[in-house]
Design a protein around this ligand. Sequence first.
Ligand code: APR
Length: 244
Amino acid sequence: MDFSFLDIGPDDPIVILTGAGISRESGLDTFRDPDGIWARHDLEEVATPEGFARDPKLVHAFYNARRRGLLDPVIQPNAAHRALARLEREWPGGTMLVTQNIDDLHGRAGSRPVHMHGELLKARCGRCEVVTPCEGDLSPEDRCAACGQTGGMRPDVVWFGEMPMHLDRIYPALGECGLFLSIGTSGTVYPAAGFVQEASVAGRALAVELNLEPSVGATLFDHAFTGPATALVPAFVDALLARR
Ligand code: APR
């Protein structure tokens, strides 16, 4: 791969956006691939506030199964997660890693991700809003450790129709960065799908996409490379760090 177009300086901040594709080679399913999660589950039923109000047991069962799957020891960060953690450690200009993923693989690889769609291993009380770690199953009968009320515990994740988290930090970073790097996302869900324009039109960033196949928004990027994340991301990080 020829990354010679990279003309950012070591003082330029970098914003990285990741999606489910970066965790695919760790063994976690994506959403919109033919074998993806939304091919097997109705997102209206399991990933909306209305679905949770209608059938909390079904929603808890969906996230409990994903939480158990994530905690299987076979699921580990891959070379792409590790390469991004290295970039965060070594890039002089500073980085912000924004992930749409609710898995903890970036964190386990050593990154400090901004989880804009929340985290599978956290629970939130719908009554008092207190967030607590969660590695077991959740149920409607669970009592909140903070307020003692039952019936309100939910995964601390963002459902369709809810406001993503940390946008107050993300948008300023998009406007100031010199490189916007999008990895493993189909570019179909907003506001994340619009970040490339925030960075490269409203901002001054060079925009690069690394994805198994061109995303919906691939033409919005200055450069787009196709291939598996574990091949593209380490090579791209090496090319960036060679510019220090
Ligand atoms: N390497 C790189 N990219 C990959 C790989 C891989 N090994 N495998 C799949 N991909 C790509 C797919 O080609 C696809 O473009 O990852 C992308 C995954 O797209 P989606 O399944 O739509 O996942 P994502 O973009 O993260 O979804 C965004 O939608 O359902 C909501 O909240 C959910 O955060 C999620 C959001």
